[in-house]
Design a protein around this ligand. Structure first.
Ligand code: DOR
Length: 435
């Protein structure tokens, strides 16, 4: 049988569908054509195939392609920071086959034309790119965007990410409309009056450094309100980049009450704490919501472990070197995350015994797909070949010059991580190969 690509000697893990076995994978016409028992593809067949068509995945796991439902690709408007093309390359290097782009571009993704523009730029790229439309026009929190039109154009969720929808009545209407179209509302939950112009977590460290703080309560009040509104409207609320213990508890309680609430955690929130700012003064540590205390970090890990937090999403937020090369309060908030996400998650969550590897992979592919209503990637004959091949044992050092992202604003440069993406395959095509 002719294949475009075969992957041999790997361990398949498909946690969404409870599937785990050693098998070789034959890919043809963009699909998983056949799963072979180990040894079924003989050495003769393998040696007769062109070398570039054979991927040796010994020591590696083959899993459904990773999905990140929270990235900022900056196109249109700030192509100096990232483009759909470079962002997709970074995604592929991080093991992702699908991403969802936040609408805080210029112009805002609050209309069909911009959705179509972004989607068209992503065609034939290294990653599937979906748009998240704005909740309100220009993300100003005042007037609802044309949600039905946005959904017709293909958005998978709506969000004013970067801004909180401060007016509760606007949020209520957004939840009502979005449930008519069965898309979730993604909340950047930080009360803007309480967060104010804060540049880091309000804490002992912020007082010591004399920096204005964004208090945890700004997030907690915002999450409580949005969970309540989801309960009232029977809408679906998804809490973006959850960062505080109180917010995790609010989501936990909402779930227990049967409210349709889901949540994501970003790798920086389960890996970093705010005391690092005092030690490093690295402007790449500035992010909204801010990195918090050890107490909050532990609560996020607990939330991931007990299922309160459904998925991991990077909040990949590229900014230029010029913008970040300044004083802490002068730098824009955000850090890149696509290329370090899997490594950080394995290092901080799996290696430390908080999550099993299948649990982690479910939170990086199956669950995020479910949240935004995409068909989950699946390791089965006849399915689309969106696959991530990674070595969970391989240690590596994060190097600035290795980033595919156009921006390099990562506080993790120099860190040793365990778990390395080897090959990413999207629609049967190799989009990244580290071999
Ligand atoms: O730190 C952040 N940066 N948080 C956000 O919500 C937006 C993002 C950005 O777009 O730079």
């Amino acid at each position: 049988m002719e294949f475009d690509l075969i992957i041999i000697n790997g361990q398949l893990i498909d946690p969404g569908f409870g599937f785990s076995k050693k098998a070789d994978v034959g890919i043809k016409d963009g699909k998983i054509k056949k799963l072979f028992e180990p040894g079924e593809i003989t050495k003769d067949i393998i040696s007769a195939m062109p070398k570039e068509k054979v991927i040796n995945a010994s020591d590696a796991i083959i899993t459904p392609g990773l999905i990140d439902i929270h990235v900022h690709f900056r196109e249109p408007g700030r192509e100096d920071k990232e483009t759909i093309k470079t962002g997709s390359q970074a995604a592929a290097a991080g093991g992702f086959t699908t991403v969802c782009c936040m609408p805080n571009t210029t112009p805002t993704i609050d209309n069909q034309e911009t959705v179509k523009f972004v989607t068209s730029l992503a065609e034939n790229g290294d990653c599937r790119v979906y748009c998240i439309g704005a909740i309100t026009k220009n993300r100003e929190g005042k007037e609802l965007a044309e949600i039905g039109d946005l959904v017709k154009a293909g958005v998978v969720a709506i969000s004013d990410d970067g801004n909180y929808v401060q007016n509760p009545n606007v949020m209520r209407r957004a939840l009502e409309y979005s449930s008519m179209f069965d898309v979730p509302v993604i909340s950047h939950a930080e009360d803007e009056y309480l967060a104010g112009d804060g540049i880091m977590n309000e804490s002992f460290t912020s007082s010591k450094l004399g920096m204005t703080g964004r208090p945890a309560v700004a997030e907690e009040i915002a999450v409580l309100r949005d969970v309540k509104l989801a309960g009232l409207t029977n809408g679906k609320i998804h809490i973006a980049h959850i960062s505080t213990a109180g917010a995790v508890e609010a989501v936990r309680r909402g779930k227990a009450e049967g409210i349709k609430v889901t949540a994501e955690a970003a790798p920086h929130h389960f890996s970093l704490t705010d005391d690092l700012i005092e030690k490093e003064f690295d402007t790449n540590l500035r992010v909204n919501p801010p990195i918090r205390t050890e107490f909050d970090r532990q609560a996020i890990i607990e939330g991931l472990a007990d299922g309160t937090i459904d998925c991991i999403a990077t909040d990949h937020a590229p900014h230029t070197e010029e913008e970040k090369d300044t004083v802490f309060d002068g730098a824009p908030p955000g850090m890149i995350g696509l290329e370090t996400s899997l490594g950080l998650a394995i290092t901080e969550l799996v290696e430390k015994g908080y999550l099993t590897l299948p649990d982690l992979l479910r939170k990086m592919s199956y669950n995020p797909a479910q949240i935004v209503g995409l068909t989950p990637n699946r390791l089965r004959e006849g399915e689309v070949a969106d696959l991530t091949v990674f070595n969970p044992e391989k240690s590596w050092i994060v190097k600035r010059e290795k980033f595919k992202s156009k921006s390099k604003n990562s506080p993790f440069v120099g860190r040793k991580l365990k778990g390395k993406v080897m090959v990413t395959i999207m629609g049967g095509r190799v989009t990244f190969n580290n071999k």
